[in-house]
Design a protein around this ligand. Structure first.
Ligand code: NAD
Length: 283
C-alpha cells in the first residue's frame, strides 16, 4: 500500500514570484518546512533577500531571494540563470505576484440616476491605463514567468505550476472590475495551459484565496480608528460561513497538495481556500 506523504517534495527547487509579499512569505515558509529549495522572486530585491535569509535561518532549508520583474522577460531569464547555477533545475513554480490599483477601482458600488452628475466615481471614470496595468501585472505577470520557469520541467518530464487566483475570479466583487476580470483570466489560462501541457508531465492548477487581512486590503476591511470591521469588511464576514478572515498560513496545505505527487492526476483545477465564501449563496 502507498504511504501518503509530501516527502517527494524534499530537495525540489521551487520558484515563487511575489515571494516577499504577505501571502508569498507564508507560502515560502511552508515550502521550507517541507525541504523545498525556494527561489523568492520579487521586484523589491531587499525584501526578497531579507525574507529568504530569515526563512533559511529559521528552517535550515536553502531559500534565496532574487530581483526580477514578472513583466520583463529578460529579467526573468537572468533570474533563471542564477537560480539554475545556485539551486539547480527548477521543478515547481508558484505565480504569486499580483495586485490591484486604486485608479482601476470605482468609488461607488452601483450607479443610480442620482449619480449621473458624478460619473468620475463610476465605471465611466475608470483610468484605462490603470486597467491595463492591473491586467498586465496579474495576467502577463503569470504568463511570462510560466514561459520562462517551466522550461526545466519540460526537459525533466515533470513539474507543477500553481497560479494564485482570487474569489473575484468566480464572481466579481463590486468596485474592482480590472482585478476581477484579470483574476478570471487566470482561471481560464490555468485550464487552457493544463490541457496544453497535460502530456508533458507538467500539471497546472490554481488556488483562490478567500479573504485574508493583508496590507493591500486592511484599511478597506478594518476601521482605522475603531479597529472594528468597515461596512465592506462586515459584508465579507457575513458572507464567509466560517465567520472569520483566513490566516495566510492556511493557504499552505492546498499549495503543498497541488505541488506534490499526492495530486498527480489533478490538473486544471482552482481550489478555493475561503472558509466557505464561494459555496455560500448569501442567504
Ligand atoms: P503583496 O502586495 O503583499 O505581495 C505582492 C508581492 O509581489 C510584493 O512583494 C511585490 O513587491 C511583488 N511584486 C509586485 N509587482 C511585481 C512585479 N512586477 N514583479 C515581481 N514582483 C512583483 O500581496 P499579497 O496580498 O501577498 O498577494 C499575493 C497574491 O495573492 C496576489 O496575486 C494577489 O492578487 C493574490 N490574492 C491576495 C488576496 C489577499 O487577501 N491579500 C486574496 C486573493 C488573492
Amino acid at each position: 500500500m502507498n504511504r501518503m506523504s509530501f516527502d517527494d517534495l524534499a530537495g525540489k527547487v521551487c520558484v515563487l514570484t511575489g515571494g516577499a509579499g504577505v501571502i508569498g512569505t507564508a507560502l515560502a515558509k511552508g515550502l521550507a518546512s517541507m525541504g523545498i529549495k525556494t527561489a523568492i522572486i520579487d521586484l523589491n530585491e531587499e525584501n526578497a533577500r531579507n525574507t529568504a535569509a530569515a526563512i533559511e535561518a529559521d528552517s535550515g532549508t536553502t531559500t534565496r531571494g532574487y530581483k526580477a520583474n514578472v513583466l520583463d522577460r529578460s529579467s526573468l531569464e537572468e533570474a533563471k540563470r542564477l537560480i539554475n547555477s545556485e539551486l539547480g533545475k527548477i521543478d515547481l513554480l508558484i505565480n504569486g505576484a499580483g495586485g490591484n490599483s486604486p485608479k482601476a477601482t470605482t468609488q461607488l458600488e452601483q450607479m443610480g440616476k442620482e449619480n449621473l452628475v458624478e460619473l468620475e466615481k463610476t465605471f465611466y471614470g475608470l483610468d484605462i491605463e490603470a486597467f491595463q496595468w492591473v491586467f498586465d501585472l496579474n495576467f502577463k505577470g503569470t504568463l511570462l514567468p510560466t514561459m520562462v520557469f517551466t522550461r526545466d520541467m519540460l526537459e525533466s518530464g515533470s513539474g507543477s505550476v500553481i497560479n494564485i487566483s482570487s474569489m473575484n475570479s468566480f464572481k466579481p466583487l463590486t468596485k474592482i472590475p480590472a482585478y476581477s476580470a484579470a483574476k478570471a483570466s487566470i482561471n481560464n489560462f490555468t485550464q487552457w495551459l493544463a490541457v496544453h501541457l497535460a502530456k508533458t508531465g507538467i500539471r497546472v492548477n490554481a488556488v483562490a484565496p478567500g479573504f485574508f487581512l493583508t496590507k493591500q486590503n486592511y484599511f478597506l476591511m478594518v476601521d482605522e480608528k475603531t479597529s472594528k470591521p468597515t461596512p465592506r469588511g462586515q459584508k465579507v464576514l457575513n458572507n464567509t460561513p466560517m465567520g472569520r478572515y483566513g490566516e495566510v498560513d492556511e493557504l499552505q496545505g492546498a499549495v503543498a497538495f497541488l505541488l506534490s505527487d499526492m495530486s498527480r492526476f489533478i490538473t486544471g483545477v482552482c481550489i478555493p481556500v475561503d472558509g466557505g465564501y464561494s459555496a455560500f449563496g448569501g442567504v
